[in-house]
Design a protein around this ligand. Structure first.
Ligand code: ZN
Length: 402
């Protein structure tokens, strides 16, 4: 297959995109660039949706439609996110041979601008060479890196494609066909404050309650399909005050919804049991041995001078649903055929992370994830090899002309 990619133009586009600031909620610079670019490429329509009202971004998601001239091919879409993680402003791209990195202490932004650059080059070569292809939709989302907010706020009735591909993964010639669901946990542990030097026996440390619960839990990899982590902890006022409030934020992920629920429940029960069984300070013990949790909500059986018993509030939110595609699904069959047409052995894999594809699949839009060559993402060592970016563009070409 002869694919007329202009490699240096592709490299220039990639560098230009990386050097436009686009932290989450400030994607407008990239959005304006895309509107200009696809206007010049005579897109049939360029629409910005109203998701900014929900996401708080300075622009909405962009949906761009490129008409096809092969009536037997169904409409497919490609999606990329426009935002990058911090530190991602003031990026200066350094090119050493074919390798792109960032100067200074920023990420490069190949996550996800590698995908965007490949799509621009794809449409350019289709246009310039008058190549027959099926109809294409391009979706550029905001706020992916801060909880898939743009995709969650997308009005998917605006999408007409039957299925598509999110270009957003490390590696190359790799297709992600499944990803876990995730619960986000916010846990508020309340103890009793007291002066740590004068009368520590009157206090209950929220930190000790938290530590005891964590020590009774398994975190990290829970089973072959599930993981759990607490990544943020806040609390305390001074070294001489027993802390009465700890906030803990974490997540549980699983490819199985049943296991997701079970692991989440186990965490909730562990915190509740630790609180219920914790000995109260002298003088704070109830006559009737009512469990601590209920004591706090039972009106006021405790003398007014005493502070409430320890308690815990646990908030669980489904961060994103799981995705799972089968090799027989048209979305995978099409990319598999494209790989064969290029003489490549694509790898089909399950991933451990969530992305816009989880949300698009939950809308009923089958979406596979295609690796773009991006590497060491979310670090200042992030890099991209131009040869991989070319391989990605070739694969996209093979998909649209298939
Ligand atoms: Zn990404």
């Amino acid at each position: 297959m002869n694919i007329p990619i202009d490699q240096e133009r592709l490299a220039r586009t990639f560098v230009q995109l990386c050097e436009i600031d686009s932290p989450s909620r400030r994607e407008k610079g990239v959005s304006d660039y895309l509107i200009r670019t696809f206007h010049d490429l005579e897109a049939a329509s360029i629409e910005e949706d109203t998701s900014a009202e929900q996401t708080g971004s300075d622009c909405g998601n962009l949906i761009i439609s490129i008409p096809g001239n092969k009536p037997d091919l169904e409409t497919i879409f490609f999606a990329c996110h426009m935002d990058v993680v911090e530190p991602g402003c003031g990026v200066k791209v350094v090119r050493t041979g074919d390798i792109f990195t960032s100067r200074d202490d920023t990420v490069l932004g190949s996550d996800d601008k590698s995908g965007i650059a490949a799509l621009i080059e794809l449409i350019r070569i289709l246009r310039e060479n008058k190549i027959d292809h099926g109809p294409i939709e391009l979706l550029f989302t905001t706020c992916e890196e801060i909880g898939l907010l743009g995709a969650k706020a997308l009005d998917c009735t605006k999408m007409t494609a039957s299925f598509g591909y999110a270009l957003d993964s490390t590696g190359i010639d790799r297709i992600i066909t499944g990803a876990p669901a995730a619960n986000k946990l916010q846990i508020e542990v309340h103890g009793i404050a007291a002066h740590a030097g004068l009368h520590p026996e009157q206090g209950i440390s929220a930190l000790c309650l938290t530590a005891s619960a964590i020590a009774n839990l398994r975190l990290g990899r829970l089973d072959e399909e599930s993981t759990a982590n607490f990544g943020l902890i806040h609390g305390g006022v001074a070294t001489n005050i027993i802390p009465d409030h700890i906030t803990l934020e974490g997540e549980v992920r699983s490819h199985s919804l049943q296991k997701l629920a079970a692991h989440t429940e186990k965490i909730k029960r562990t915190f509740q049991q630790v609180i219920e069984c914790w000995p109260l300070p002298p003088g704070k013990r109830d006559e009737d041995e009512t469990p601590a949790q209920e004591r706090a909500t039972l009106g006021n059986p405790i003398p007014a001078a005493l502070t409430p018993a320890p308690s815990v509030e646990i908030n669980v939110q489904l961060e994103y649903p799981a995705m799972r595609l089968e090799l027989s699904d048209p979305v995978l069959a099409r990319v598999n055929q494209a790989g064969l047409n290029l003489g490549r052995n694509l790898e089909f894999q399950i991933a451990g992370g969530g992305s816009d594809a989880n949300i698009l699949n939950s809308f009923g839009l089958p979406t596979a994830i295609i690796a773009t060559g991006m590497d060491k993402v979310h670090t200042t060592d992030e890099c991209l090899d131009l040869k991989d970016l070319i391989r990605l563009t070739e694969l996209l070409f093979a998909i649209v002309v298939a």
